[in-house]
Design a binder for this molecule. Structure first.
Ligand SMILES: Cc1ncc(COP(=O)(O)O)c(C=O)c1O
Length: 391
């Protein structure tokens, strides 16, 4: 096995952790978390209504520049509702990327819709606008009666396109939205990983008809478990709030509901944590960007000297400002990658390979794909390395 000790040593120094376990991402609670949580307990507002739920919706809208935000119980629920709000119906198809966390594809299945997996760009790891345009040009036609884009090989409507900003790095979202506009397909941005990242000066999550963020424990800001939908569409925002709160017809004492809906609301106690974390988000991102810079410098100083393996740090794509949620590197040789993972994990430094491609999983193995050339190239080479905020 090759010598990866220099990397382990560097990561240990970076995190000032000489012997203990170093995770990929751990949360930091250094602000008003306890104060706001105590307020929930003291006032007994720990559940589905409360001032922190209203506040996080207002604060996220303000932070991202979206007009409206709707807090949910997690990012997956936010994705499910965003897809429904964009018009996805049972039997429809949704274009997405195969290089993503399972929640992206699961949310499509929750709508009883079917994913189509198209290739990603190597430099963003997000959906490729070229692959998207090629697919739409060759495989679809416009049904003017139904006002829908039809997949000519399945005769099913393609009712949404859901790109993902991988590890916090923005994909070419402006081009994707422009293409989808031309082909009459709404865009839902899976920005679960990219809160605070921007592309050409605009926040990821705010390019599409709807976007979502996750506040899971491993994300740049966390509230334990939580998510949020953002949109500029007042009508969709109202519907999203209604459907995530059991579709209860407003009334001071009567309980009446007019559709089968969901209990997807974020509890006030989680919203309290989210408010405290959002206050610190810009500081977290500055800290994470400094860490990324240190990794970049270290790996570029290492490569010319160490000819035993070729490892390149993944830097934010052009025109973007990334939150560097999870730092990634590319190990050119697959055997080196496997050795690297073994060596670092055995030495208490957590690293992992990128996700298995969605089309390789049993539930999605029959879904339509294009060549997936870049996704397949990346899947054997990308690794994640520790990325927590350093305190
Ligand atoms: C790309 C992506 N989409 C969706 C989710 C779902 O978010 P949650 O875990 O909050 O349900 C996550 C993260 O967990 C994610 O990484």
């Amino acid at each position: 096995m090759k010598d990866y000790q220099a990397i382990t040593k560097f990561i240990r120094e970076l995190y000032n952790e000489p012997t203990g376990f170093i995770p990929l991402h751990a949360p930091t609670f250094n602000g008003n978390e306890k104060k706001y949580l105590n307020e929930c307990i003291d006032t007994t507002f720990v559940s589905s209504v409360g001032k922190f739920v209203d506040r996080i919706e207002k604060d996220i809208a303000e932070y991202t520049g979206a007009k409206y935000a709707i807090a949910t119980v997690n990012g997956t629920a936010a994705l499910h509702i965003a897809l429904l709000m964009s018009g996805v119906e049972p039997g429809d198809e949704v274009i997405t990327q195969p290089l993503t966390f399972i929640a992206t594809a699961n949310a499509i299945s929750y709508c009883n819709a079917i994913p189509i997996f198209l290739d990603v760009d190597k430099d963003t790891m997000g959906l490729s606008p070229e692959a998207l345009e090629q697919f739409l040009k060759r495989n679809t036609k416009w049904d003017s009666q139904a006002s829908k884009r039809i997949n000519t090989s399945t005769s099913k409507p393609i009712s949404a396109c859901m790109p993902m900003h991988t590890f916090g790095h923005p994909c070419r979202i402006d081009e994707i939205v422009e293409i989808c506009d031309r082909y009459g397909i709404p865009v839902v941005e899976d920005s679960a990983e990219s809160i605070g990242s921007s592309y050409k000066g605009k926040m990821t999550g705010t390019f599409g008809k709807l976007g979502i963020y996750s506040f899971n424990g491993n994300k740049t800001m966390t509230c334990g478990g939580g998510g949020i939908i953002v949109t500029d569409d007042a009508d969709l925002a109202k519907k999203a709030k209604y459907i995530t709160t059991t579709a209860k017809i407003p009334h001071p004492w009567e309980y009446r509901h007019d559709i089968v809906a969901y209990n997807y609301r974020m509890p006030n106690i989680n919203a309290a944590l989210a408010c405290a974390q959002l206050e610190q988000l810009d500081g977290f991102i500055t800290n994470k960007r400094e860490t990324a810079e240190k990794y970049r410098n270290f790996f570029s100083s290492l490569n010319p000297k160490s000819l035993t393996f070729n490892l390149e740090f993944f830097v934010e794509p052009k025109n973007s400002y990334s939150n560097y949620w999870l730092n990634a590197a590319i190990l050119e040789d697959r055997n080196d990658r496997d050795d690297f993972l073994k060596d670092t994990n055995e030495n208490g430094v957590m690293t992992r390979p990128i996700w298995t491609l969605m089309n390789k999983l049993e539930m999605f193995k029959d879904c339509q794909t294009d060549s997936l050339e870049n996704a397949q190239w990346l899947v054997g080479r990308v690794i994640n390395i520790p990325s927590s905020v350093r305190i």
